[in-house]
Design a protein around this ligand. Structure first.
Ligand code: ACO
Length: 704
């Protein structure tokens, strides 16, 4: 059920701030409602006017005297709260606030916007905007906006955070002949955001594909929840702008520096089945594809062309993408060989040659449609003469109807000669492009979405791990009490151990005797390191002694460290000496965590060691998604580290099970403790049996 039906299918609409003066926004709204076929009551509200565009005016919403589903408001900002309150009193279900001058100007505007939110909340009335163009639905024929024009009827919904984008795309669509079901301008999102509208468009029977232009998302967790459900029903394509790297620059950990907010958006979109468009043309090319074509059954593409060059470009682009060139079966090859000229290429791409007339295209296309190893087709036509291009377009359309289950795209290269052919194709519902790369990008989007729908079986969540919250809480308490945010090694090792993440336990000792007896206890050889919140690079000040084999060696190493550190950094507070077991070499991987403001903890996995940021062999997932084996395995398998772990060049395979478990537990830790801002387990050394975290960097924050 559409929770926002009162916006897209209102029984009555009031326009508050309606004006009889042509050129004013209040005039355009009434005119748009009247002119685009809305047949239900329209109530212009204006305290001074008697009639507007032939409609009787009311002094206020209260004087309408009957129910009103939707009110569109275009009075100056300072009058808006009062008008919205009157709408609440009159039990209006939703208001579209066109007026600008709120949050976007800060100060007083922000205060006014908060007031609007409060009033909406008080009357349980939904708000669109403020600072928006309004909304349109071509099927219910409502144009509750001041935009100039109304889109052609179609099955694409466009939700935009930018009002200018709505106006520009609307105007372009009228020229490009692209049909829309809905246009929604979000404005400042004081109440309703992309989340509610995605939900609404997902259940709208007239919408086949949902496009979003977003600068941010309102609530990361809810966004993922809603999109994950909606994308099971129909594709969502988002162009996200304003991806700042500021967050990444501010990070101090490896993971934080690699992640950044753009990565978080990428990860969140992917996780919830949302396709991300890189630019406006990809956004609308994908829209065109989804709105007209069936979903491909797989990624195997056949190309039919009358020219070599463009086909090579298309093949190269396909090879670089997630698509594959189809390999034809024997029977198809035999038939192509028999009917096409000897000079034609019968292998994919099928080159029907420059002198090809419509019959050759038609024949090759039929064979591609009938070939089981082909999931989709791209026809590339380079100009020969206009009539041939037009005839081929008609022939393609005719054939397409007999094979409704395979998507087909056309690349009509050129301008003047190809223009009519392109129009014929567009009218017949075949996405047509001028260059092959755009066709491949649009098709790849479809294949990715089809894959998401197919894989979308629910994974069974792993059982909750046995963990000790209290130890973690107590450790964080002590760190913060000591006015620190960075944990010392013995503290982070305690936290990891409490969560069952394999770690080389670090013990803080404060005397030579204690260091010797701990060493004896954990077993030689051991490592000694100075422990001080002021010493980040311990080796640089002689604060590390490796490979100590007996009590005597530990004793003298202890004294040496104390002496050297005292000499180099006489003022640094020394908490003691850390004792660890010396661990063997192994495959070094990193498990990291950074926290995104929108989407929460994000986990990274990849090749570890000191070259992490140089190699950038890392895959990311939001911690919330890492609750099942398949997701974690998939995350690991995206990295080169996975090749090493499986046993590269005759090496024994490493203990991937322990890595999976460690990632799972790290994700759990990150979700359970919001105060952890960054975490690098680097390296986690992985052996053929078992793994161990050797170095851990964890920073925390005070949670109010
Ligand atoms: N109830 C009903 N009508 C009222 C009330 C009331 N309480 N008070 C005033 N009005 C009437 C006015 O009398 C006037 O009608 P009139 O033309 O008959 O005199 C009408 O409401 C509008 O009021 P004005 O004071 O004339 O305001 P104006 O039309 O100049 O501006 C507007 C109002 C358009 C809302 C302006 O404040 C504004 O915000 N403009 C920017 C809108 C915008 O850009 N939105 C963002 C879109 S996103 C983008 O473009 C990229």
């Amino acid at each position: 059920m559409d929770d926002l039906k009162f916006l897209f299918e209102p029984e009555q609409v009031a326009v508050i701030g309606a004006s009889a003066s042509r050129g004013k926004i209040g005039y355009s709204i009434v005119e748009n409602l009247l002119e685009n076929g809305y047949k239900k009551p329209i109530y212009p509200i204006n305290p001074k006017a008697e009639k507007i565009l032939g409609l009787t005016c009311h002094k206020s919403i209260a004087s309408v005297g009957g129910p009103v589903d939707l009110a569109v408001i275009s009075v100056p900002a300072k009058l808006t709260p009062q008008v919205v309150r009157e709408c609440g009193e009159a039990k209006v279900k939703g208001v579209v606030i066109i007026t600008a001058g709120f949050k976007e100007i800060g100060g007083e505007g922000l205060k006014l916007e908060r007031e609007l939110q409060k009033i909406g909340h008080q009357y349980k009335m939904r708000l669109v905007g403020p600072n928006c163009i309004g909304l349109m639905d071509t099927h219910t024929k409502i144009n509750a906006s001041f935009a100039n024009g109304f889109p052609e009827k179609g099955n694409i919904s466009f939700i935009s955070q930018s009002g200018a984008m709505v106006i520009a795309i609307l105007d372009w669509s009228l020229h490009a002949g692209l049909g829309f079901s809905r246009f929604i301008s979000l404005g400042n999102k004081a109440d309703l955001s992309e989340i509610e509208f995605i939900k609404s468009c997902a259940v709208d029977p007239n919408t086949k594909v949902i496009l979003v232009y977003a600068e941010d998302v309102t609530d990361g967790e809810e966004f993922i929840r809603v999109c994950s459900e909606a994308s099971k029903v129909k594709p969502i394509v988002i162009l996200k702008s304003g991806t700042s790297v500021a967050g990444a620059q501010a990070a101090s950990s490896h993971t934080g520096a690699l992640a950044g907010s753009n990565q978080a958006y990428d990860t969140a979109f992917r996780q919830s089945g949302v396709l991300r468009a890189d630019n406006m043309s990809d956004l609308f090319n994908m829209a065109r594809a989804f709105s007209t074509q069936p979903l491909p059954g797989g990624n195997r593409v056949a190309i039919i062309t009358n020219s070599g060059g463009p086909a090579i470009i298309a093949t190269d682009t396909i090879e670089k993408s997630g698509l594959r060139m189809a390999r034809f079966g024997k029977s198809t090859l035999d038939q192509l060989r028999e009917k096409l000229p000897a000079e034609a290429n019968i292998y994919n791409p099928i080159d029907v040659l420059g002198d090809a007339r419509v019959d050759r295209f038609q024949f090759a296309l039929k064979k591609a449609f009938e070939e089981d190893n082909v999931d989709s087709i791209i026809v590339i036509h380079s100009p020969i003469e206009e009539s041939e291009a037009d005839n081929t377009a008609r022939a393609i359309l005719e054939l397409k109807d007999s094979y409704p289950h395979k998507p087909i795209f056309a690349v009509y290269m050129g301008g003047r000669i190809m223009a009519t052919g392109k129009e014929i194709m567009a009218e017949g519902g075949i996405p047509t492009f001028t260059f092959p790369e755009s066709a491949v990008t649009a098709l790849e989007g479809m294949v990715r979405y089809a894959g998401f729908k197919k894989d979308n079986t629910k994974e069974t969540a792993l059982p909750l791990p046995q963990v000790d919250h209290d130890v973690v809480k107590a450790t964080f308490y002590d760190v913060l009490k000591d006015r620190r945010v960075l944990l010392l090694a013995h503290e982070s090792s305690k936290v990891l151990e409490a969560y069952g993440i394999p770690v080389n336990r670090t013990y803080l000792t404060t005397s030579v005797e204690e260091a010797c007896s701990i060493s004896q206890q954990i077993g030689f050889p051991v490592v000694l390191k100075v422990s001080s919140p002021r010493i980040a690079h311990k080796s640089d000040v002689g604060g590390v002694e490796l490979g100590l084999h007996n009590r005597r060696e530990v004793e003298s190493a202890y004294h040496r460290i104390m002496e050297r550190v005292g000499r180099y950094l006489p003022d640094a507070p020394i908490y003691g000496i850390e004792v660890q077991k010396l661990v063997d070499d192994g495959i070094e991987v990193i498990i990291g965590m950074s926290r995104d403001v929108q989407f929460g903890p994000m986990i990274a996995f990849g090749l570890g060691g000191i070259y992490v940021n140089l190699l950038k062999d890392v895959s990311f997932r939001l911690a919330s998604a890492l609750n099942n084996r398949q997701s974690i395995e998939e995350m690991i398998s995206e990295t080169k580290a996975y090749t090493l772990l499986k046993g590269y060049r005759g090496q024994k395979p490493a203990d991937i099970e322990t890595v999976i478990d460690a990632i799972y537990r790290t994700a759990r830790l990150a979700q359970d403790f919001e105060e952890i801002t960054e975490l690098d387990i680097n390296p986690l050394r992985v052996y053929s049996k078992n793994a161990i975290s050797v170095d851990v960097k964890m920073t925390i924050n005070l949670i109010e």
